[in-house]
Design a binder for this molecule. Sequence first.
Ligand code: ATP
Length: 533
Amino acid sequence: MVVSDEPKTVAEGDAASKKAAKKAAKAAEKQQKKAEYKAGSGQSQPESQEADFSEGRYGVLKLIQSTGEHRDRVYTDVKDLNVKMDGKSVWVRARLQTSRAKGKQCFAVLRQNSSTVQLLVSVSEERKVSKQLVKFTGNITKESIVDIFATVAKTAAPVEACSVRDVELAGVEVWTVSAARAQLPLQVEDAARPETDDPEALKIRVNQDTRLDNRVLDLRTPANQAVFRIEAGVCRLFRDILTSRGFVEIHTPKIISAASEGGANVFTVSYFKGSAYLAQSPQLYKQMAIAADFDKVYTVGAVFRAEDSNTHRHLTEFVGLDLEMAFKHHYHEVLDTIGQTFTDIFRGLRDQYAAEIATVGQQFKVEPFKFLDPPLRLEFPQGIQMLREAGVTVGDEDDLSTPDEKLLGRLVRAKYHTDFYILDKYPLAVRPFYTMPDPTNPKSSNSYDMFMRGEEILSGAQRIHDPEFLTERAKHHGIDISKIAAYIESFRLGCPPHAGGGIGMERVVMLYLGLDNIRKTSMFPRDPKRVTP
Ligand code: ATP
């Protein structure tokens, strides 16, 4: 086709270059056809002039725009493929993790969440698998989403590299549903390699920043697929267990007018003509819900800390699992409820998430989490005593340092065989203003922390529900009373005695699995140096 209003080139007019131009136009046409086909014509493109007996059985699937086509097609999950299906035909939609075409065969690995299966596409006239189909499969970019129609085939020997070992798929149709178009910044296979000290293996280890910069790819590893399913399990179990105990889920504001626990560590945000803060905890609001007669409440939501803590266990935004409960006479009514809730969560994880825990264990060194039922409860002075016996110098009224907490965790594990315990009766001086003092010891308080593998995962206490006493304690802590007037006011109308606590979700998952960094259990972590992606 001659396009007359095209600008003329110097070469035109000369016969030889006319030939060249014709050739170029032909090439462009071919390119255009290829592009149209790529854009989703739904037609398979024969790779050569050779008769293709697989035509219509492979290619780039037409862009799915919900026309209703193939709606009744049934797909099988990779994890469900098994020997009982030997000889059956199935449709599978999965990611093409790897593919390697060699002569008349293409070996590929399909991955769906934490499960992988081997795919073999080999030339067979009888099964209408052409050379072109095999070549097409070998050329699909890694991480593309594909639809495969295949026969399930029992394998002679277990496929060690895949999670589905006793069967493979013999593909007869291969369609690209969504191609991975960009260059992969990391290989999912590399990101999924088991943690090891082997120097050779360390060379291909993907470092944490690369992972987090490319989190969407990193999250596709089997271990990450499992970690975040376990995390969902922690939240579900927390909700289910507390709901069955008569708790009500509430939602508290995240934009607040006054810092919950004094002015430090709080993010200020502009709020129309003024400014506001991001909530450091739902503390005051869950207590107000108790004053409003909800008796037992919990909430799951974002908590913000403007702390420049660059550690393995601090985030600037994390998910708080918070609860608060009215009691009749003793805050141990609440302490027992919280302790039992943890035991039930640990049991639920162990029993309902065994497969996911095992998957995490294939990449990371996971030691099974030990717990007791009922959980172990020690008093702060007992903890101090154990540390002193181990040679640590620590004062009666000092808070525990992080290394001391870790050491105590190891001592407790050795003596009581548990990775979870409660430490009750903290010194009053190290707790927030709203903590109820211990009536029998003015230096102690009705407060507690809970630990997993020697790291704090919950802080809690009986709260002061008497407005005058609360005002006195706030003043003692140098808090501007006018800023917490609404909070104190809510106790002037009568409020039941109550206690509660706040738990960090990411820490629970990290410590339950024995992982070494909280960024591994936050899907899109926020820390002092990272606010993207
Ligand atoms: P830590 O002493 O470990 O910094 P904290 O005493 O500030 O914690 P609390 O304010 O009592 O912690 O919060 C209750 C729970 O919330 C903690 O036990 C922990 O599980 C979680 N948590 C607190 N701060 C963070 C943080 N920066 N990142 C992730 N989780 C946190």
